[in-house]
Design a binder for this molecule. Sequence first.
Ligand code: F6P
Length: 521
Amino acid sequence: MNQKFLQTLHKYNIKPTNKSLSACLSEPDRFESFSGRIGDLLLDFSRTSVDQQSLTNLLALAEESGVEVARDRLFGGQDINFTEKRPALHMAMRNDEALAVLDESTIRRVTDNKQRMFELASAFAAGYLPGKPDQVVRNIIHIGIGGSVLGPRLLIEALGISASPQVHFLSSVDAHLRKDLLASLDPAETAVVIATKSFTTGETLLHGRRVLDWMGAAIGREAALQRVFAVSGNQRAVDDFGVSQANTLYLPDWVGGRYSIWSPVSLSAAAVMGEGGFAEFLRGASEMDRHFKTAPLADNLPVLMALTGIWHRNVCDFPAQAVIPYDYRLRSLPAYLQQLVMESNGKSIDSAGMRVNYETSPVLFGEPGTDAQHSLFQMFHQGSDIVPLSFIGVIHPDHDDKEAHAALLANMLAQATALATGTRGLGMEVTDIHRLMPGERPSEVILLDRLSPFSLGQLLALYEHKVFVESVIWDINPFDQFGVELGKVVAKTIQPALENETETVPANYGLNAMMGYIRSK
Ligand code: F6P
């Protein structure tokens, strides 16, 4: 078992302090000492129980864990994805310095491919098929799952600057959504983007086949295939599917699915955001890369955020974390971060192949505010588990309803305050114990001046690097996802038995009773 992390915690005397959160909050300069800014993004972690001494100790932990060396290896294009023996260079999709570590022909391929993505996107935005101005495109069906859909969906909801073309998403293999969607669209005015890095993902390929059949039945298969575009790293499978190379954008194997928002996977989002908007999104992330790469650990926002995460997970023993964006445009951010955080750091084997004896990824979940206040917050205030929160707010909205925006931000700040101080900290006398809020519930607040392509790029890259720093400290690989494979294999053996009642499932799956029940219906 890997003991090193726990030994290092012990060595630096990293343990819960007796100081209450309310006491921490009343320290002079608390906000200045426990917050940081990069450009228009502010991270405030003053409402946690991390005090000055603990922070110093946590920074020593980061240093001893080799965060700086790992960061250089990441940006240097070394095989940081040690189980799959390859680099993790998604930053090369947005950052010229990271791109420069690749060989010349790869650089050319990535650059040409990005250019091609912008050509396709601008034709869609202008309302026609690339190179065919007489072929109308009013709708795009984007088919993909996990990292091949969550990023584009978030981008379009957050920053979908133009309403045309309309982008519709198909992900889960459930056909209800597809049927309703196809019934509402004209195949002769629709383009299809099939985003799948592996081009083997069952859900995506099934939707892809059905949508192609639907389109082919209306306009003929040849014409339909001209309306289908693929984003993938598996050219052979794309060829077999019938999509032309001219309609295919390349996704390198060193860009992981959950890190692919910066890549041509976002083709449909780029069509809606425009080339300028998408380039700004990349620039925001690149700015965060520069900060992460160069800032000393003590001033480095991804590092500070990761250390707060380690504090909550391993020192305070909190099992979960909630992300609550107080901006409806960011309603898909919790789903996006769920995959980023849990698929990356939901591991328990270290770099030496040993099982770790400490906790790694928290359970991450969330809902936008203020909706979440009417569902999740009861438990946050009075539940038996403490769930640290990440509040994300935007100072200047893109509407002019000042009253509504003031109410939104007031709710966010009120929740952060009330969770930390509880009723007593606010000087309220409560005699009925059921109505008492104990307080001492930590949160961090991230504030953006505006929600723009640039600030969203900064925010997502901040989370990516935070997850990376945690993985280094936990000594696990954040870039593989073997855990998702076994269920897929088992499903492949069950599916034929459900489709065709003469087939049986292997007895040792313990499924026969359930299969019998389903068949009896
Ligand atoms: O769920 C596993 C996973 O491999 C994710 O990591 C990935 O984002 C998703 O499936 C989709 O994979 P693909 O892009 O290969 O279809």
